[in-house]
Every structure is written in structure tokens, then in C-alpha cells.
Design a protein around this ligand. Structure first.
Ligand code: ADP
Ligand code: MG
Length: 692
């Protein structure tokens, strides 16, 4: 059978040249304009010759000297060794793999130039696999750039191609001179040339730390491109159509308000207002509702859901765990069923019959509100009138899952109803400002910056494992006084089975320690009926002490639980500890969170525990977490803003982020021609990444 030509080219007969092209493409290098913005990660100073006497271990040197001696040794392994001298000292060279011509290069008596990092060898300072050339050749008059590369693409190839590209590519300005002048940034061509071939005398340090004005220009350009793409994504969204959900039946909302056992905080009132206004627009809402754990986001979701239902549209609420979905179901049912709303519950653990009934009710349009887990995004679920999608703890969902739920709206579009559902994302993981402005720029943010009244901040105690007895006494006292406690079992990363075992053992051990107490157990492997039974027991106070794995991390809400013990707290991440701690401090009593740790602590673990001890403020925690983990991991998703950024750093360059955002708005309204040119240069082939 004949193979299509593309497949053949990848076979064993692939030429070296096409193999190289493929590798270059993987580096994002296709056209001259790509090469131009492929910038060095560091520089080597090859502009001078060091004397061998200064070749200390740890230094990278370039020296010249005469080969005193060279030989191929066979023991302890086959290797080529040589020694050179320039009169100030002796330097040994060693190759573990070598070609015949390398051997000829270092024949005794030859004058050679070598370069590499010095280490302490058996006989004295040595360089393993040095770079060798003839002595006396002209020295470059610029620092030598070292480019990001991949296996099989040499620096030489990159340098040559980039030099070529610099003479071919269009280096003209992609921002008006007025803007670069105002910000004190050098022209693009000048910045690019400086970075590819910095003149001698330029501070290698400023280049390395990317503080030189040339780097500032590049970072600004990159961030500007990101801001422009996000602004365009926002425009595209505004061009879409959504069903305006201006509550036709406003009475429903006032009844909901009147039925609540508490009065809303002014922060809650404000965000309900913001969401309500979005819902009544004809383009889809894309809003992130942020509020620290316990700030009361669920009731805000209830108002949004009621508004959609009052307009005759369906609402889907998706939560990352079954426990949380179940809790929303019971809480929202309590608020919304009395108003006449029909609520359906959909998770993976329904029986086939329950499932069929639920699906029918959704498809027939009877269900006003559907609450569930990932099961909601399954193919078979058909919403005839989906108006609003709410994602709780949105950062726990992958990008793909979020898109999938939104696509439920696209499907309606195919069926002739030209509408996309509104989307509300809720998260207790506060996103620091810079991150919100970059990654989430097409997301409007509402913030609940106030906790319901009467809550006193949780007191956090760090207790060493050695003082476990004191902790038991604390639990006992708390329960004696009629309150409840959580006991969170350690994370066992390497094995879920082991983690389960630990939880089971802990419950056994605590039951033995407190024979007069009801000790419950909650873990991820229980069926949902079992979980629900345990949670119900805890909620009504029959269970006094709840041993749990991290399944309780998100959302669980039992106000009478005022004490939390976290075992092996040093194994948890910062965001996770904060989430866990958020399970207490929900009632009016003074709450305590005990972080039991086992030393010795790593530096990072020590910092995390310190952060937990020092602050209850979710924003401060998030800031420190971001510092420790970097945005990609912080956001728990692959497509983080950082991945799109090659040169700028969201944290250290936050001032540039602000400038870039202002500049993007200004360019879009005054210089659309520049916008296109700028995106062409910086975002070629990457626009897709920004679309979601
Ligand atoms: P989170 O923002 O972490 O999701 P929840 O919505 O679970 O918080 O709310 C935490 C607790 O506070 C719940 O028991 C909820 O009923 C209660 N709550 C919400 N708003 C108020 C309020 N304005 N006054 C008093 N309690 C409130
Ligand atoms: Mg919640």
C-alpha cells in the first residue's frame, strides 16, 4: 500500500534536514518573524581569554594553551584525556565519548582554545567535554547568546538562523512611537538587536535579570499582545447572543429574600445586584464570583438561579464533588422549593431508573434547576431551555470540562435557538489581581469581601506530633461543651489505598480513645448513600467527631463544628489547608484549627505552616501560594496565563501588566491597525489558546 507523503517523511528515511525542520517547528520556529522573537535565556562572555591560573572549579572559562600531553585511556573506562598549559597553570580535559577528529584536535604540541565549566578533577582542575577551537582566532565583540533549544538543535544552528532572520524579517514598529515614548521604551528593532547581540560592556547581570530597557520593551510587547487578545475575546463574547433573564416574576426574588433566616451582608447584596444586571443582558455573562470560604456564595447562586427560573429558563449547577453537590441540593431545595421551583439531582451514582427519571424531567423542561457533579456534562443530558450555568469551586474543574458545559448552549444553537447560556463561576480561591487581569481578563469579577456578622477569626495552632495527647484533651473538652470537631487524615500521595487505611485506623483509634463519643468516618471510596448518611449524622449532631480524608475540603458546611485537627499538616498545600480550615469558623463560637506536624520540616513546608499561622486572609494566603507554586499550578490548569508568556513574569512584572492593559484599551480604540500588526508578531498561531 502506498503511504501518504507526510507519513513517509517521518519514517526511517526522513532526511536529517527535515528532521531538523521538525524540531525547529516544535520550538515554534517557522518563519523569520518567529526567529526574531526567540530570545536568549542567557549569555556567555567569549570576548576575552582567561588565564589558566584563574580556572577555579565552578567557573566557566575560556583559555588558550599548548597541549602538553594527550592519550586515549582504557581504564577505568575508555576516555580521551589531555592536559594544557599557558604558563600560569595546568588544566585537564576529558572526553567520555569522542570522534577521531576531536582526538586530532588535541595532539601534543598544538595550541588550542578551550571553553567550559571547570570542576575539580583527580589531578587538578579539569573540564569535561570542553568546546575546542584553534588558538588565536578573532574574539567576538559581543556577548554570545544562548538560546532555548531542544535535543538535536545546536546553538550554532539557532544563531545562524536568527542572524539570517534579523536581516529578512520585518522589524518595524508594532506600537505607535507616541506610546513607546510615553513609557520610555526603546524601539522594537533596537531592543531585538541588543538582546540577540549585546555589545561588550553591557551589564550581563541586567540582561540576565531582564531589567535592561531592551528586555522591558520585549516584556511589555508580550504582555500587550496578551491583553489585546483577551480584549478581543471579550468583544467576541459580547457579539454572542444570550437569553436576557430579566426576572419577569420579581415577586419570586422578594419571597426568597424574605424566607432567609438571616439578612444578607451588603457585599452579598452588591454581588447579587451585579449578577442580576448581567443576566438581563442579551450577551452571555461570564462572571467570577470570589469570596473567601464561608463568605456565603451559595445564597448568591440561589438568587441567580431564582432569577433565571423566574424568566422561564433552566439552570445547571455543577460542583466538583458529590458531597458538595449533595449539600447544595439540600440547601438550595430548602430555599427554592417553597417558591415552587423544581429541582433535580444528577450524579454518577444514581440508579439507572433514577437517572432516567431525572433525564426525562430535564429534557421535558420540568426541571428548573439541575444540581450535580461532572455527570451533568455527559452527552445524554439535554436541556431544552438552559439559561444559566453555575460552576462552584470552578478552579477544581479542568478547562475542557468547563467548555463542555458551555457547549450545551452551542447545541441549542444548532437546533435553531441562537443562544449561549450565561455563566457564573464561583471560587473561594482568590485570584491575585495580576492573575485576574491576565488570565481572567475576559471574566468580570464580583467579590464578596465581607464575612457574615458574628464570626470571629479561626485561631490556628501549630502543634508538634509529640504533643498529640494535648490535642486529644482539646477534642474531648470541645465535645463535652456540645460542639463538634473534624479530624482530617493525612494525605498519602503515593497510595489512595494507604490513605484509606490511615483513615480507617484513625477512626478506630479515636473511637477507642473516646468510648463515650460517636466518631464518624468519611472518605472518597464510600458510596454516596453512605457519605450522605454520615454527613447527615454530623449535621444533626449525632456524630460528634468526624474523621475524614480531604473529601471534606470543599464546601462542607456545619456551623456547630468549631474544631479542626489536621494531621501531618506539613504534607498539604497552602490552598488546601486554607480550604480545610474554612470548614470551621462558620458558627458564632470561637473556632480553632490545630495543625499537627511532624518534623523535621522542609523550608517550603515551614513557610506554608507559617503562612497559615500568620493569617486568615484568603487573599494573603493566595498571594503566598502563588509565590511558592507559580501560576500554572496555582490555577490547577494547564492553560495558565503563564504558559502564554515566554518572557514576562506576572509577579515581578506586575507594573508592566498594568501598563499593558491601559495601552491595550487605548490601542483598540485609537489604532486598530497597530493591533493587528502587534498580534501578528506575538501571537502567531497561538490565538486558539486564548479563545477559551
Ligand atoms: P461559601 O462562600 O464558602 O460557599 P456558604 O455559602 O457555604 O459559604 O455559606 C457559609 C454559611 O454561612 C452557610 O451556613 C450559610 O447559610 C451562611 N450564610 C450565608 N450568608 C449569610 C449571612 N448573610 N448571614 C449569616 N449567615 C450566612
Ligand atoms: Mg461554597
Amino acid at each position: 500500500m502506498s503511504q501518504p507523503p507526510t507519513t513517509a517523511a517521518r519514517g526511517p528515511n526522513e532526511t536529517a534536514a527535515s528532521q531538523l525542520e521538525r524540531k525547529l517547528q516544535r520550538l515554534g520556529l517557522r518563519e523569520p518573524s518567529d526567529y526574531v522573537v526567540h530570545l536568549p535565556i542567557r549569555y556567555e562572555d567569549e570576548t576575552r581569554i582567561d588565564s589558566i591560573g584563574t580556572a577555579m572549579p565552578g567557573r566557566t572559562v575560556q583559555v588558550e594553551g599548548e597541549v602538553l600531553h594527550s592519550e586515549v585511556q582504557l581504564r577505568p573506562r575508555r576516555q580521551l584525556v589531555a592536559a594544557i598549559s599557558d604558563g600560569t597553570g595546568r588544566l585537564y580535559l576529558r572526553w567520555l565519548h569522542f570522534y577521531p577528529n576531536q582526538r586530532r584536535q588535541v595532539e601534543a604540541g598544538k595550541q588550542i582554545r578551550v571553553r567550559g565549566e571547570v570542576r575539580q578533577g583527580f589531578n587538578g582542575p579539569e573540564i569535561v567535554h570542553p568546546r575546542v577551537s584553534k588558538a588565536g582566532e578573532a574574539l567576538p565583540d559581543a556577548l554570545t547568546p544562548v538560546y532555548p533549544s531542544t535535543d538535536g538543535v545546536s546553538q550554532l544552528v539557532l544563531r545562524k538562523r536568527i542572524q539570517q532572520a534579523l536581516s529578512q524579517a520585518d522589524l518595524s514598529e508594532s506600537i505607535p512611537a507616541e506610546l513607546s515614548g510615553r513609557l520610555g521604551l526603546p524601539p522594537f528593532a533596537e531592543a531585538i538587536r541588543t538582546l540577540h547581540a549585546p555589545p561588550v560592556g553591557l551589564s550581563a547581570q541586567a540582561l540576565l535579570e531582564r531589567e535592561h530597557p531592551a528586555w522591558q520593551r520585549i516584556k511589555f510587547d508580550e504582555l500587550l499582545a496578551q491583553q489585546l487578545s483577551l480584549a478581543l475575546a471579550r468583544r467576541r463574547r459580547r457579539a454572542q447572543r444570550a437569553q436576557p433573564l430579566a426576572a419577569k416574576n420579581a415577586e419570586l426574588l422578594s419571597r426568597l429574600r424574605a424566607s432567609l433566616p438571616f439578612s444578607l451582608t451588603s457585599a452579598q447584596e452588591r454581588v447579587i445586584e451585579e449578577i442580576s444586571a448581567d443576566l438581563s443582558r442579551t450577551f452571555p455573562m461570564h462572571r467570577l464570583l470570589q469570596g473567601d470560604v464561608g463568605s456565603g456564595k451559595t445564597v448568591v447562586a440561589a438568587f441567580a438561579a431564582a432569577q433565571a427560573a423566574a424568566s422561564g429558563y433552566q439552570v445547571a449547577i455543577m460542583a466538583p464533588t458529590e458531597i458538595l453537590a449533595e449539600q447544595h441540593f439540600s440547601k438550595l431545595s430548602g430555599w427554592l422549593v417553597p417558591l415552587g421551583m423544581k429541582i433535580v439531582w444528577l450524579t454518577g451514582s444514581l440508579t439507572p431508573k433514577q437517572r432516567r427519571v431525572a433525564l426525562e424531567s430535564i429534557a421535558a423542561g420540568d426541571a428548573d434547576l439541575v444540581i450535580g457533579t461532572q455527570a451533568l456534562i455527559q452527552e445524554k443530558v439535554q436541556f431544552p431551555r438552559l439559561g444559566l450555568v453555575i460552576l462552584d469551586e470552578q478552579h477544581r474543574f479542568g478547562v475542557a470540562q468547563r467548555l463542555e458545559l458551555n457547549r450545551k448552549g452551542d447545541r441549542q444553537q444548532e437546533e435553531g435557538e441562537p443562544c449561549v447560556p450565561h455563566q457564573l463561576n464561583m471560587s473561594a480561591t482568590p485570584i491575585p489581581r495580576t492573575l485576574a487581569m491576565t488570565f481572567f481578563a475576559d471574566l468580570d469579577v464580583s467579590m464578596i469581601d465581607e464575612l457574615p456578622p458574628g464570626r470571629s477569626p479561626v485561631i490556628t495552632k501549630l502543634v508538634s506530633e509529640a504533643r498529640r495527647e494535648e490535642v486529644l484533651a482539646l477534642v474531648h473538652r470541645e465535645v463535652q461543651e456540645g460542639r463538634q470537631a473534624y479530624w482530617v487524615c493525612p494525605l498519602v500521595e503515593e497510595s489512595e489505598a494507604l490513605q484509606l487505611q490511615t483513615a480507617v485506623d484513625t477512626q478506630q483509634w479515636l473511637s477507642d480513645a473516646f468510648p463515650d463519643m460517636e466518631v464518624g468516618l468519611l472518605h472518597g471510596r464510600m458510596t454516596s448513600a453512605e457519605k450522605q448518611q454520615v454527613m447527615d449524622g454530623f449535621r444533626v449532631g449525632r456524630v460528634q467527631l468526624l474523621v475524614a480524608t480531604t473529601v471534606i475540603e470543599v464546601g462542607v458546611d456545619v456551623p456547630n463544628a468549631c474544631l479542626m485537627i489536621i494531621e501531618h499538616a506539613e504534607r498539604f498545600g497552602l490552598a488546601q489547608l486554607h480550604q480545610l480550615r474554612g470548614r470551621v469558623g462558620r458558627g458564632s463560637g470561637q473556632s480553632v484549627c490545630v495543625l499537627l506536624y511532624q518534623g523535621p520540616l522542609s523550608m517550603v513546608a515551614r513557610e506554608r505552616l507559617r503562612a497559615m499561622y500568620e493569617t486568615n486572609d484568603g487573599f494573603e494566603i493566595a498571594r503566598r501560594d502563588l509565590e511558592q507554586r507559580g501560576p500554572g499550578e496555582f490555577l490547577g490548569m494547564r492553560q495558565s496565563g503563564q504558559e502564554l508568556l515566554r518572557y514576562a513574569d506576572l509577579q515581578s512584572d506586575s507594573a508592566i501588566v498594568e501598563e499593558a492593559r491601559d495601552a491595550a484599551a487605548w490601542l483598540l480604540s485609537h489604532h486598530p491597525d497597530y493591533v493587528r500588526r502587534h498580534l501578528q508578531r506575538w501571537m502567531r498561531g497561538r490565538e486558539d489558546l486564548l479563545r477559551s
